[in-house]
Design a protein around this ligand. Structure first.
Ligand SMILES: C[S@@+](CC[C@H](N)C(=O)[O-])C[C@H]1O[C@@H](n2cnc3c(N)ncnc32)[C@H](O)[C@@H]1O
Length: 236
């Protein structure tokens, strides 16, 4: 696989997320049977985040991963950014309902408005697959992370267990667009989810993509739920 992977058009991605933003959380819970919450907890655990750390979660959407980090870093600073203002809309209220002070703002991961080395940990969940130039996004995440810190990536991939993988492919191709479409009114967004996930580099291919930025000295990964999703830990 080539490390020159091109992501989708940014304008199209932004308008797609704008259209599903108000029903995004509900669709996530139904379509993943709530498992995505467990995956996020694993990201936070593996990142090694501890009390007082500063964390930036990019493409944070409705803020779930930022909130998960805040639970652990407590008084540490947590910032959540996304380039789609509508996706961010529910995030401040979700955080404050839990008593968390998290700063949310609009920013493109390919051009982050932060100084070099300003965070202990940075992260992106189900976002990098949607970024037009994923290598630029990873490089920006690395730039704003301090040496010794890490960039955590949670992303879909392709399961590689024969029977499970066939069953999952049928679920993604037929059930996802139907149910996602019923919840959000936008079945195309869930066909895009299937399409982009089945094409996005995973396992050693994503590791090669990340290492090709020359921003990391090591990238490790674990597979989740039979390879439906992966966590990558990119060491600065
Ligand atoms: C599938 S959602 C994931 C949201 C959230 N991280 C989660 O785990 O639920 C993908 C998000 O990536 C955002 N996104 C895509 N490209 C982006 C970019 N270049 N900069 C910032 N956000 C981006 C979209 O606006 C959307 O909110």
């Amino acid at each position: 696989m080539s490390v020159d992977y091109n992501g989708p058009d940014a304008t199209k991605v932004k308008s797609m997320f704008k259209e599903i933003a108000s029903r995004y959380d509900k669709a996530n819970d139904y379509l993943s049977f709530g498992i995505h919450h467990l995956w996020r907890k694993k990201v936070v655990k593996w990142s090694g985040a501890s009390v007082g750390n500063s964390v930036l979660d990019c493409a944070t959407g409705t803020g779930d991963l930022a909130i998960e980090f805040k639970k652990v870093v407590k008084a540490g600073k947590v910032v959540g950014t996304d380039f789609c203002a509508e996706m961010l809309e529910p995030a401040p209220q979700k955080a404050s309902a839990k008593g968390y002070d998290i700063q949310f703002s609009v920013a493109d991961v390919m051009d982050l408005p932060f100084e070099d080395k300003s965070f202990d940990i940075t992260s992106i969940a189900f976002g990098i697959r949607n970024v037009q130039d994923p290598k630029k996004g990873l490089s920006e995440l690395a730039r704003v992370t301090r040496p010794g810190g890490c960039v955590m990536v949670l992303e879909f991939g392709q399961p590689n267990l024969p029977i499970f993988s066939q069953a999952f492919n049928l679920y993604s191709k037929y059930v996802l667009p139907k149910v996602g479409g019923l919840i959000t009114g936008k079945p195309q967004a869930y066909s895009y989810l299937e399409d982009s996930s089945s094409n996005f580099p995973c396992r050693k291919d994503f590791v090669a993509l990340a290492l090709s930025t020359n921003a990391f000295h090591k990238v490790d990964f674990v597979s989740l739920s039979g390879g439906i999703a992966y966590i990558y830990k990119c060491y600065i």
